[in-house]
Design a binder for this molecule. Structure first.
Ligand code: FAD
Length: 495
């Protein structure tokens, strides 16, 4: 037996984005002696989807993203998903507030800023939807501060540039949540990684690509890692592997060969935004404004006029516009998609496509859009926009997950999907939305699926409550607790 086989790491985390670093911090708090090795393909951390320019920076709390509250056939609005996401975001804020109070970030690192969230719709049907949505949601403390208006002047006071040069006769409505946020997930990732690399039992290897993994005869994971600087490959061993490789997690999951990976397919969708170059306009807008997604479009394509605050500087984005590409990572290969086809996932992928033809039409339509037609969509939100003030840029890749389904053959899996091996030695995170916002709940779920007994032990629960004071309690049903926790994090995060 080789020496490394005898001394496997306790944990190998693949990818240095927000998911691996969040899990890494939790592991260190719960199991201080655990050895962790992190492998990252790029020469920097938070360089793929967690980089602030590769995502939209929304602290998804489902305040105003209309895709989380679908209308039912009977006309009622289903808000369960929105409640879950809002409560998960409050959990993330508690964890981040804990990191802030533990000095994980330098004083000038402002990773979360208050930027109000707004839904904006037009036309009788959409206005009626928004009114009923508001009524249903404000029954819960998580949403009770949400304002609703159909009044032109109210809306103009919230988003002046959107109402300039718009007819007063046009029927519009909006909801407004003052406590919305913009988050720089890159700073969060870096802060957590700084802490991790300060621990003696954590090693980070940049420019190291994990190429393959399989179980060895002792039950540990045998992982093939290539050092991209020297070109040399080596074998390392670990008791537990987390595939936190963003778009790269799906092919690694396939390589792991675990039974639970069968029947999954992934389809990459790239995201593009228009970015405003005119600082005067940027300074006139202070909200993240969500509209209703076009018929057939995937939820992640909901158009939004988005105020971002990155490294203290404001910018204004509009999008995303979807693009078709074969790459699972922004700097991946066009062969990523064809290489992921397997006998067990071709039929589920075709079936999911067949049941979602409107999505395919939408993607083709988006890919063929001209600069002018992209710009026309922006003018629906901002009528006075001038084409010369905006430039197009490409953000990150998302991998839309499809899964085998008994009834339909294959279905689209919206949201984030955690997959664990039956022997609890591997976990992977797939999917994107609500993504980084709910990374804390997602990583708690990874721990729950991988260490069920320890997660119900007094010791772990105590540590988890230190990091997340509401841990184990419902912020959906306990209005008093929800308000108390929100006030605390608002104060600690300086919102
Ligand atoms: C256009 C767009 C907009 C988004 N908007 C939002 C938003 O507004 N709010 C929100 O909460 N979320 C948003 N998201 C989702 C969010 O960005 C992701 O959910 C989150 O960043 C994923 O973090 P991660 O750590 O899993 O992946 P990443 O940050 O992508 O990190 C994975 C890392 O793994 C590395 N890697 C990949 N393969 C390998 C390998 N084989 N070996 C070693 N390393 C590897 C990559 O280089 C990368 O650094 C958006 C995403 C996109 C693309």
């Amino acid at each position: 037996m080789d020496k490394r086989e005898k001394n496997p790491d306790d944990f190998v985390l693949i990818g240095a984005g927000i998911m691996s670093t969040t899990l890494g911090v939790m592991i260190k708090k719960l199991m201080p002696d655990a050895t962790i090795t992190i492998y990252e393909l790029h020469d920097k951390i938070a360089d793929e989807s967690s980089n602030p320019w590769n995502n939209a920076g929304t602290g998804h709390s489902a305040f105003c993203e209309l895709n989380y509250t679908p209308e039912q056939i009977d006309g009622t609005i289903k808000i369960d998903k929105a409640l879950e996401i809002a409560s998960d975001f409050e959990i993330s804020k508690q964890f981040w507030a804990y990191l802030r109070t533990q000095n994980y970030f330098s004083k000038n690192d402002s990773f979360i800023n208050r930027v109000p969230h707004m839904s904006f719709v037009w036309g009788d049907k959409n206005i009626s939807f928004l009114r009923r949505r508001h009524l249903a949601m404000t029954n819960f403390a998580l949403f009770e501060d949400m304002k609703y208006s159909e009044n032109f002047d109210d809306i103009a006071s919230w988003v002046p540039i959107m109402m300039k040069n718009r007819s007063r006769n046009e029927k519009t409505a909006a909801t407004w949540m003052e406590i919305g946020t913009d988050v720089n997930y890159g700073i969060l990732t870096k802060g957590m990684m700084n802490y991790l690399t300060s621990c003696s039992s954590v090693n980070l290897y940049l420019k190291h690509r994990v190429d393959d993994l399989s179980k060895d005869k002792t039950g540990n994971w045998k992982i093939i890692v290539k050092d991209l600087l020297t070109g040399e490959s080596r074998i390392v061993y670990s008791k537990f592997v987390f595939l936190g490789a963003g778009g790269g997690a799906f092919p690694l999951l396939q390589k792991s060969g675990i039974l639970e990976s069968k029947g999954y397919g992934g389809f990459p969708v790239s995201g593009m935004f228009l970015r405003c170059k005119n600082k005067d306009i940027v300074n006139e807008h202070f909200a993240k404004v969500y509209g209703k997604a076009a018929e057939g479009s995937p939820p992640m394509s909901m158009p939004h006029l988005d105020l971002r605050i990155i490294d203290g500087e404001k910018s204004l984005l509009f999008g995303p516009y979807a693009g078709i590409s074969g790459k699972f990572l922004k700097r991946g290969s066009h062969w990523d998609l064809p290489k992921s086809f397997r006998l067990h996932n071709i039929y589920p992928m075709l079936a999911a496509g067949w049941h979602n033809l409107s999505l395919i039409n939408y993607l083709i339509d988006q890919a063929l859009q001209s600069r002018k037609s992209r710009f026309k969509t922006l003018q629906i939100y901002f009528p006075e926009a001038k084409i010369e003030d905006w430039e197009l840029y490409t953000a990150g890749q998302r991998v839309q997950i499809m899964k085998k389904d008994k009834k339909e053959g294959g279905v689209l899996k919206l949201g984030t999907e955690i997959i664990s091996s039956s022997d609890k030695s591997l976990a992977a995170i797939l999917g994107a939305s609500p993504g980084a916002s709910t990374s804390v709940s997602a990583m708690l779920e990874v721990l729950k699926q991988s260490f069920p007994e320890k997660m119900s032990s007094k010791e772990w629960i105590g540590t988890l409550k230190e990091m997340i004071p509401s841990y184990g309690k419902s912020l959906i049903n306990d209005a008093g607790l929800c308000k108390e926790i929100r006030n605390k994090t608002t104060h600690e995060l300086n919102l």
